[in-house]
Design a protein around this ligand. Structure first.
Ligand code: SAM
Length: 309
């Protein structure tokens, strides 16, 4: 099969996703993170006229791009603008209650990162925004300017795993009001100097992005709906790009695949439960050196998959 490579975003672990996810060509599949439509296009191409792909994204620009790119497979495609945390309601709105496969390719697209107008990157100086869905009220500038010191420290510590969170936050408070990515980067560089600053900047920007878009909560809410939405034998595949998300996906899959519920006590026995999922990946699948050479973004990708039992 010849897969066209889009410039908006190059899909990561594409063949691996297809082989885990698509088990029946007449099935109903959900791509929760349409982005530039790379994975969606390849999935839709595998489906017959009886199959259906429902694509979700919370970013209006991604929706426009995916509609354009997926025009050739529009006969089997439904596109929905919304957040995957609401997956059950969004699917219900399309008349679907059970599906054969669900894909989440987490984080932001290359387009979102590269487009200076979105304010996700410290590589250019633009308005500090970072909202994936621009209908949403709170931007990264709101977070940086309004949160109390302890709250901001917690954001950088938990979502960026930034050890210098305290020093950085004090510098941010002194630099307020911060309205551009350049001002934010300069405030970080005031306390983290030299080559070390690049990693800190990446961590700070990542932490704010996760906070602004409620990313971990979205993943939690979506995964909790997954077992109830998958048909027997249906599959879920998740690609995570940072350790917090991957840990959450790993723990959730393990818990759902287990036949015991931990009692949490040394004295009480664990309770039995009927597993809802079977793990298809004991360890996460990562990109080959060739893929990483062609697409640096694939370097940190971890794919986990499970099947409804
Ligand atoms: C890594 S990109 C997906 C790229 C896509 N797989 C492709 O091949 O082009 C992630 C996409 O998910 C979207 N996204 C992130 N969180 C979301 C959420 N909670 N609900 C819906 N879409 C979300 C982003 O807007 C972005 O377009």
């Amino acid at each position: 099969m010849c897969v066209e490579v889009p410039s908006y975003h190059t899909p990561v672990l594409l063949q691996e996703v297809l082989s885990f996810l698509v088990t029946t060509t007449d099935g109903i599949y959900v791509d929760c993170t349409l982005g530039g439509g790379g994975h969606a296009h390849a999935i839709a191409e595998r489906l017959t006229g009886k199959g259906r792909l429902i694509g979700i994204d919370r970013d209006e620009e991604a929706i426009v791009e995916a509609r354009r790119r997926l025009a050739r497979v529009s006969d089997r495609l439904t596109i929905v603008h919304g957040a995957f945390g609401d997956i059950s309601g969004l699917l219900h709105g399309t008349g679907v209650d059970a599906v054969d496969g669900i894909l989440l390719d987490l984080g932001v697209s290359s387009h979102q990162l590269d487009d200076p107008a979105r304010g996700f990157s410290f590589q250019s100086d633009e308005l500090l925004d970072m909202r994936m869905d621009r209908r949403q009220g709170t931007s990264a500038a709101d977070v940086v300017n309004a949160y109390e010191e302890a709250h901001l420290v917690r954001v950088l510590w938990e979502f960026g795993e930034e050890r210098e969170a305290r020093r950085i936050v004090r510098s941010l408070l002194r630099a307020r009001p911060i309205t551009t990515t350049g001002q934010l980067a300069a405030a970080v560089r005031t306390v983290i100097k030299g080559p070390r600053s690049v990693k800190s900047l990446a961590r700070v920007f990542q932490a704010l992005r996760i906070e602004v878009n409620g990313e971990l909560e979205q993943v939690q809410r979506c995964l909790q709906s997954v077992p109830g939405l998958l048909r027997l034998g249906g599959r879920v595949a998740v690609i995570a790009y940072h350790s917090l998300e991957d840990r959450f996906v790993k723990d959730f899959f393990r818990e759902q695949a287990s036949d015991r519920i931990p009692s949490g006590s040394r004295f009480l026995p664990d309770r039995p439960r009927t597993p809802e999922l079977r793990l298809l990946t004991k360890k996460p699948v990562t990109a080959s050196p060739d893929e990483v050479r062609m697409n640096a973004r694939a370097r940190s990708a971890k794919l986990r998959a499970a099947e409804r039992v």
